[in-house]
Ligand binder design. Structure first.
Ligand SMILES: [Zn+2]
Ligand SMILES: [Zn+2]
Length: 219
């Protein structure tokens, strides 16, 4: 897994651009709103497949003044976006929708026909910050040479110590969702039998466990 140089900085640059544009639009269309869009937060994961993809999103609810009918507000939104250099699409369904696209940033304004709500939603493109992380089996915590005196290698993980399904990552790849909780360790990350030590104390092994070590307990 290697960092992709400049990826995070580029996404944050797009996020700041998006944020500034939404603030500008809000101040032009619904300036009476008491609160303005807050600070830009950290990007969120938009796709859990490897490598993880991130994007900035924001949502802001403004209020349409009584003096401006919904259709007029929709028209003003389209005009304001076009003035700011966005490629604009308009659609009328159960509300007036105006969508602007610029630098792969998408900004939508939804003007309700039945209330005074003007909803602003914006998102940057999704970007990965790292190259894909291959699932590599880690080095075992114990080998036959590094066992503590009186101990044997754990029969479940053979000294690995980590959960043998997720290798300690707590998740396993999922074709549809990208990741899912490890079904083996339930996010404990370690082998359920040795609890992460990679070894078992021979003298206290249960009867059924001794069957895993015929060379020690036969006869
Ligand atoms: Zn696991
Ligand atoms: Zn184990």
């Amino acid at each position: 897994m290697a960092e992709i140089p400049g990826a995070r900085a580029e996404l944050d640059r797009l996020g700041r651009f998006m944020h500034a544009q939404v603030r500008e639009l809000v101040s032009r269309l619904t300036p009476e709103a008491q609160v303005s869009p807050g600070e830009l937060g950290p990007p969120a994961v938009s796709d859990w497949h490897e490598p993880l993809q991130f994007r900035h999103t924001m949502t802001f609810r403004g209020a349409r003044p009584d003096t401006v009918p919904p259709a007029e507000m929709g028209r003003r939104a389209a005009e304001a976006l076009a003035d700011a250099g966005w490629a604009v699409e308009e659609e009328i369904a159960d509300a007036y929708f105006t969508t602007g696209r610029r630098d792969e940033v998408v900004l939508r304004v939804r003007v309700s026909m039945i209330s005074d709500v003007v909803l602003y939603q914006a998102e940057t493109p999704s970007m990965a910050f790292h190259t894909p992380e291959p699932l590599v089996r880690p080095e075992p915590l114990r080998t036959a040479d590094t066992l503590d005196p009186g101990y044997v290698l754990c029969y479940e993980c053979d000294g690995l110590g980590w959960c043998s399904s997720c290798y300690g990552r707590s998740w396993v790849p999922d074709a549809e969702r990208g990741r899912r909780r490890c079904p083996e360790c339930h996010e404990d990350r370690v082998c359920p039998i040795c609890r992460g030590s990679g070894e078992k104390y021979a003298a206290t092994l249960q009867y059924y466990e001794r069957g895993y070590y015929p060379e020690l307990f036969e006869g």
